[in-house]
Design a binder for this molecule. Structure first.
Ligand code: FES
Length: 144
C-alpha cells in the first residue's frame, strides 16, 4: 500500500523537532481528520531557508510527507519553497494511496503558514502566498 520511500520517511522521519527563535512558525489542522502539524522555518537574510523542522499529531502519511517536505525546502529560497506543493512531495515519495492525499496537504499548508508568519514578522509580502486558512497557532495544540 505504501511505497518504500513513504515507509522510510515514516519510520525514520527527518527534521523532527522545533527551532528556537524560528523566523516563522505555522500550525495547521486538517479538517478532515483533526490531525495537526506545526512547521518551523529558519530563514536567512537572503530569504533562503536554512533549516526547517516539524512536529505533528498526525498519521503516518502526514509524518512521511512532512519529513520529505522539510528536506525539499531546506536550502531553497522562499519563492522556490512555494513550488514544493503537496503534489511535488507526493511525487518525491513515489505516491500515496488516494485516501491519504489529504494528509499531504498538512505539510504544504503548514509551510505556507510558517512563511506567512515570517512575512508578517518582517513586514514583507511574499508574491503568490495566500493567507493560510487553517492556522490554529494561537491554540498551541502540539505539545511534547
Ligand atoms: Fe490525518 Fe493523515 S489521517 S493527516
Amino acid at each position: 500500500m505504501y511505497s518504500e520511500k513513504v515507509m522510510d520517511h515514516f519510520s525514520n522521519p527527518r527534521n523532527v523537532g522545533e527551532i528556537e527563535n524560528a523566523s516563522g512558525v505555522g500550525t495547521v489542522g486538517n479538517a478532515k481528520c483533526g490531525d495537526i502539524m506545526r512547521m518551523y522555518l529558519d530563514i536567512d537574510e537572503n530569504q533562503v531557508i536554512r533549516d526547517c523542522k516539524f512536529k505533528t499529531f498526525g498519521c503516518g502519511a502526514a509524518v512521511a510527507t512532512s519529513s520529505m517536505a522539510t528536506e525539499m525546502v531546506i536550502g531553497k529560497t522562499i519563492q522556490e519553497a512555494l513550488e514544493v506543493t503537496n503534489v511535488a512531495v507526493m511525487e518525491a515519495l513515489d505516491g500515496l494511496p488516494p485516501v491519504k492525499v489529504h494528509c499531504s496537504l498538512l505539510a504544504e499548508e503548514a509551510i505556507h503558514a510558517a512563511l506567512w508568519d515570517y512575512a508578517e514578522k518582517n513586514g514583507i509580502k511574499i508574491e503568490g502566498l495566500k493567507k493560510p486558512k487553517a492556522d490554529i497557532h494561537d491554540e498551541d495544540p502540539v505539545e511534547d
